[in-house]
Ligand binder design. Structure first.
Ligand code: ZN
Length: 263
């Protein structure tokens, strides 16, 4: 930056903080997205915000590593380097840190899909970058992207919105589970208590369905906000069901789903 920056430059620099986190990368094959420094996680956070650079450097990947470095096919492929801290250990550390929560059986079980559990974990902590958390910043507030009517916050987005409600009704009908119509965190508490009494396998499936639903609702919201692409309730259901079914098929456990949705 020059010693006497122009008015334009000064304003550009001042605006950096206001737009931080609102610009996200489209990952694609991951080659053009920086692993540590880009906003590629749907929750609007960067790995360098979650962990110190010293910890991240111990993973064995360089500071200019790309997301493609930890993807193989459709799976996370964490590097296995002999070091004190690997990317996998970062995930495991987060998982274990949550292990004492009563919701850990739904979030971090052995069948969980990492990106789904991570996105479910963010609203549990109230950390998704919903519109109510962005007020007084550069971009104007827009109503909920799913219904276009109400103000967007965690409670509205995942349970009170008419579109979310329609998705949950379909989940209940097809997966034979029920959801209470209560604020988001009360519903999470209800799920933790109610699912704890189920068998481990069914608890895993219900946790996967819950995480997949929140993940795909959030993804739909982001597609509408950033790409003006609108999916239907039916399409959302197909995405959610497909995610859970594919994961269970890989585990040879698809028989745990009701027969009508096994394929
Ligand atoms: Zn809405």
């Amino acid at each position: 930056m020059p010693a006497k920056p122009s008015w334009t430059w000064r304003n550009v620099l001042q605006a950096r903080g206001m737009v931080t986190g609102k610009i996200t990368s489209t990952i694609g094959n991951g080659l053009n997205t920086y692993l540590w420094h880009d906003y590629w996680l749907p929750g609007g956070v960067r790995l360098c915000d979650l962990f110190s650079m010293r910890r991240l450097a111990e993973s064995g990947l360089p500071c200019n590593a790309r997301v493609s470095d930890i993807i193989e096919g459709n799976e996370w492929h964490f590097p296995t380097v002999p070091s004190k801290c690997t990317i996998q250990s970062v995930w495991e550390e987060t998982r274990i840190a949550r292990g004492h929560d009563k919701g850990s059986k739904l979030l971090w079980h052995s069948w969980h899909i990492p990106r789904h559990s991570f996105i479910l974990w963010l609203p549990i902590k109230g950390r998704l970058r919903t519109q109510d958390r962005l007020h007084n910043q550069l971009l104007p507030r827009v109503p909920c992207m799913l219904c276009g009517v109400h103000e967007e916050d965690h409670n509205h987005l995942f349970f009170n919105c008419t579109l979310s409600n329609a998705v949950w009704r379909m989940i209940s009908l097809k997966l034979h589970v029920t959801w209470p119509t209560v604020p988001w965190l009360h519903a999470w508490e209800w799920a933790c208590d109610g699912y704890a009494s189920r068998s481990q396998q069914h608890s895993h499936v219900l946790g996967m369905a819950l995480a997949a639903t929140v993940y795909h609702l959030w993804s739909e919201r982001n597609r509408r906000l950033h790409h003006q692409q609108h999916g239907s309730v039916q399409k959302l259901w197909e995405n959610i069901c497909g995610s859970v079914r594919d994961r269970l098929a890989n585990l040879n456990e698809v028989c745990l789903l009701p027969e009508s949705i096994r394929r």
